[in-house]
Design a protein around this ligand. Structure first.
Ligand code: AMP
Ligand code: MG
Length: 417
């Protein structure tokens, strides 16, 4: 039996980020940047107005107010063909280029237009630069916009699009194959024979992968036959960046997955008993010509989820080139006691959490143990770490991996309405 940290180190140590490729901006959302990108254009590209108002010469307003001749108007998108002479002003909309001669803009709320006279009264004095957005104020040519491993979030994509880029070098989303194993598994919705069960792990894993921004590949389920499992792993290893299987890593008579992974993975592989509950049996190795990581997770649905969070998700984030590979983890206050008995293992417990008015995350309830009790953990926001010992009392602090940050929101629709 080995500690979680040792098992995790064994897995992570042999992994490296996938090679960057060119992706369209839309496809790159959520990926890690593959290389530094320098700005090739100034933004804004020209001085323009930050207000709807009048462009004018600040010197015309030095006496505290002025009446100026309206000499034209400029909308955003117009070329600034007019020139602002002394004593003149040009009507200008937000984003329109500052016309030659003007050095500031007076906002429309501080002006009074006399339409019949064709003049505008400026009710205050302005200084050069007022309400003007200068060329290069946001981005200058040559400036570094992104560095390798930066997260390509929606706003970064906007910055790149603002430079005229259609593509970006990014680490591709790992393509992750999911295989479930077990003679008892049925994937269709039809009637079950006695002894059969429905495959719930595969949809869960495919969903967890998609949620995390990876590309899931559904390989289906295979029977507990060594050769079939082996050939499936060998074939799939050539077509994806990682493999996750469930079932067949424990000590049962037909638990063949651990044998397949250790055979195909050679020195890189290990079948482990991890000091964690649930999720004790776990196999890992790098297999095939491209040495893709293969994760053999236990078949019990809650164990599958816990092993995915502890070992698989951080590994796939690493393959994806991300700088931060762990989920948000916080100290949370227990509003319920969580007693346990000593068994030499870390207990990882699904929990319902929420940020309270004190600004802290509170664990409002924990899910009773039972690695087969998947419906009880549905909708949980956090996995709390309960180290070996007697457990926790109300008010104790506990490490919590947040698996659904939105679920912690401090105000809920029912309260806002
Ligand atoms: P195993 O790890 O193969 O010994 O499986 C442990 C338990 O998990 C058994 O009760 C299996 O029937 C169950 N199980 C295995 N695979 C799945 C699956 N894909 N979906 C739901 N339950 C499963
Ligand atoms: Mg099995």
């Amino acid at each position: 039996v080995i500690p979680v940290d040792d098992a995790k180190r064994f897995v992570l140590d042999g992994l490296a980020a996938l090679a960057p490729i060119e992706l369209s901006l839309a496809d790159a959302l959520g990926c890690a940047a593959g290389e530094e990108v320098l700005a090739r254009e100034d933004v804004p590209g020209f001085a323009n107005s930050s207000m709807d108002g009048f462009a004018l010469r600040a010197e015309d307003t030095t006496h505290g107010s002025a009446t100026l001749v309206i000499a034209g108007s400029l909308l955003a998108g117009d070329a600034p063909l007019c020139r602002v002479e002394p004593g003149h002003a040009v009507r200008i909309m937000t984003g329109a280029p500052l016309p030659e001669g003007a050095d500031c803009v007076c906002m429309i709320e501080q002006t009074v237009v006399d339409a019949s006279a064709g003049t505008v009264e400026i009710a205050r004095s302005l200084v050069a630069g007022d309400n003007v957005r200068y060329r290069g104020e946001d981005v200058r040519v040559g400036q570094s916009l992104i560095s390798p491993r930066d997260e390509l979030d929606a706003v970064v994509l906007g910055v790149l699009a603002g430079q005229g880029f259609a593509n970006v070098a990014a680490v591709p989303r790992p393509r992750v194959a999911v295989i479930s194993t077990g003679n008892e598994l049925v994937s269709s919705g039809g009637a079950l024979r006695h002894g059969e069960i429905r495959d719930s792990n595969r949809p869960t894993l495919l969903g967890l992968l998609r949620e995390a921004g990876f590309t899931p590949i559904d390989v289906g389920s295979v029977r507990d036959e060594y050769d079939v499992i082996r050939s499936t792993f060998e074939r799939v290893a050539e077509e994806c960046d990682a493999i996750i299987s469930t079932g067949g890593v424990s000590v049962g008579d037909v638990d063949h997955v651990k044998g397949v992974i250790t055979e195909l993975g050679g020195d890189t592989a290990r079948s482990m008993q991890v000091a964690v509950r649930p999720g004790k049996p776990f196999a890992f190795g790098r297999i095939g010509s491209r040495c893709v990581p293969a994760f053999g997770l236990p078949g019990n649905p809650v164990s599958t989820r816990v092993s995915f969070e502890l070992f698989v998700r951080p590994s796939l984030r690493l393959l994806g080139g991300h700088r931060d590979i762990e989920r948000l983890t916080v100290n949370a206050v227990l509003d319920v006691a969580h007693p346990r008995t000593k068994d030499g293992k870390l207990h990882v417990v699904h929990a319902f959490a929420r940020v309270h008015e004190d600004g802290r995350a509170h664990i409002e309830s924990t899910v009773r143990p039972g690695s087969h009790l998947i419906s009880a953990v549905a909708g949980a926001d956090a996995l709390i770490m309960v180290p070996d010992g007697d457990g926790f009392d109300v008010g104790d602090e506990v490490r919590a991996i947040i698996v659904n940050a939105d679920g912690l929101g401090s105000s809920r629709v029912s309260e806002v309405r």
